[in-house]
Design a protein around this ligand. Structure first.
Ligand SMILES: Cc1cc2nc3c(=O)[nH]c(=O)nc-3n(C[C@H](O)[C@H](O)[C@H](O)COP(=O)(O)O)c2cc1C
Length: 206
């Protein structure tokens, strides 16, 4: 912050771009960060679909961000129909909104998922052993787990059965929009990228 209580990035597009990546990388690492969750929007049915996911990877060199999900989920069907994805993140504390537009690439039972799966905690692996596809209708309230697995974390052999359902969605970024709220005037900026390079950076009227 300078003497007017303005952050250094206020009028500097390059510092804003760095701040975006610092925020995303902190978000993926730190479960207490407001950027640990993001909101992923897809479009293929009558309505745009939107859901919260955990930000799992953020790669500034490849210009990708990623999340984990069940291959049987609706969002995967949506992405198969139309790979265009918008992701929204907002920190109330920092007054920063980041909007990312990109293209989803689904990984399932490949080298990438196999590498990532090894490092996932058992508790998180458990999500992928639900019997029916997430979103399947039911006449009764349910967790989706077999009764014997409900109150425990099953052993590795059972958890491994979830691997086939585990998927990692990489979002190849095309555009990032930044909005910073400040009482002296907001700041809004656009970054367009292609082939891992910024091809346009510019201010937008907030
Ligand atoms: C805090 C929070 C974090 C979540 N993280 C994930 C996640 O990382 N991956 C995921 O598939 N669903 C996650 N969910 C559940 C989704 O928001 C959503 O309900 C579910 O994936 C079904 O979405 P779909 O039917 O649009 O595919 C999370 C929900 C909350 C509230």
């Amino acid at each position: 912050m300078n003497e007017l209580d303005l952050p250094n990035h206020y009028d500097d597009l390059d510092l804003i771009y760095n701040e975006i990546w610092t925020s995303l990388i902190r978000g993926k690492k730190d479960s207490k960060s407001e950027f640990h969750q993001c909101y992923v929007s897809t479009y293929s049915d009558d309505y745009p679909s939107l859901r919260t996911v955990v930000l799992r990877h953020a790669n500034k060199d490849n210009l990708t961000i990623s999340f984990h999900t069940d291959i049987r989920s609706n969002k995967i069907n949506n992405i198969n129909d139309n790979p265009n994805i918008t992701v929204l993140l907002y920190s109330h504390d920092k007054k920063i909104q980041i909007q990312i537009k990109g293209t989803g690439e689904i990984n399932n039972q490949n080298e990438r998922t196999s590498e990532v799966w090894k490092n996932i905690r058992s508790f998180s692996k458990k999500c992928y052993i639900v019997e029916q596809a997430p979103g399947t209708k039911s006449d009764v309230p349910l967790s989706g787990y077999l009764p014997e697995h409900e109150k425990t974390v099953p052993d590795d052999e059972i958890l491994q059965q979830g691997y086939k359902n585990f998927s990692l969605v990489d979002i190849k970024i095309n555009k990032i929009e930044w909005l910073y709220l400040h009482r002296y005037g907001h700041r809004r900026a656009l970054f367009e990228v292609s082939n891992c390079e910024i091809i346009n950076k510019q201010w937008l009227t907030p």
